[in-house]
Ligand binder design. Sequence first.
Ligand code: SF4
Length: 326
Amino acid sequence: MKEASFYEKINGNFVKCNLCSHRCPRIAVSKRGICAVRENQNGTLYSLVYGKVIAANVDPIEKKPLYHFLPGSSSYSIGTMGCNFRCGNCQNYDISQTPKEGNMVLGQDVSPEEIVSEAKRSKCASIAYTYSEPTIFFEFAYDTAKLARKAGIKNVFVTNGYITQEALREIAPYLDAANRQNCGARLEPVLESIKLYKTLGIWTEITTLIIPSLNDSEKELRKIAEFIKDLGEETPWHVSQFYPLYKLTELPITSLAALRRAREIGKEAGLRHVYLGNVPGEGENTYCHRCDGLLIERYGYRITKNKIADSVCPYCGAEIDGFWRE
Ligand code: SF4
């Protein structure tokens, strides 16, 4: 347990949390915010998940997914319990939602130093803060990211983007890349934070889970594609296949045709790189935006060919957007 950052004491021992865009306005003594992992104890807000790691794995960076950031490298991936969203399609609902349902906050006690040394030992080029929402374990991510930076290890957020601008600005000097995953929430703060990620020089890729009947209309997809285009045509967009789980078991799997159409919409909007996700063998390769030459060939999370040399296309010399070397 650690005293939280980004909160204010208000009258009567209430506190207001400013870590994510919910900005929980009045957390009473012995109560928690919407994420259920920040608790007011006698007028002081505490993070209940500091150092409580519920999942730690060595993953390919492609699994985040980040396709233009150190391809073929490994990322030491950690997460704690809790989340500030309640997405019906959550793949990790057992860790993200449990604190809300049963008050339980589980996890193995691990220090930032141990995370960094484990990342080094496993020869990981980066640490990914993922599985649940890294914003809600901000203090732990921040301390770890600072140490990682010193050790020459990159830091990656896999996030819903619902962080406040002040919190993002604080951790930004230590963040190298982010994948923003679409989900249900007020859109405005999310869009603002994605813009800020880009402005702060953090390499950003965006993933949209295409959920049949919820967000697969031409209109919706065009809106997302155009927003990404406004961020910059170089921003990779991953359109991912949905599998029925958690609260959305009634819906079908996204068809391949719908994913292909989403990719076309992205291309029509002018995006340089649009990938299909969760369908190994299709839409995973990176092509040069200028000459269309094959640059990186993938199968699943594996790189089978990488022809990018020094950020440049070997066929036409175009500069390829991304972060290619450690
Ligand atoms: S991080 Fe948690 S407590 Fe803080 S504003 Fe967000 S949901 Fe509320």
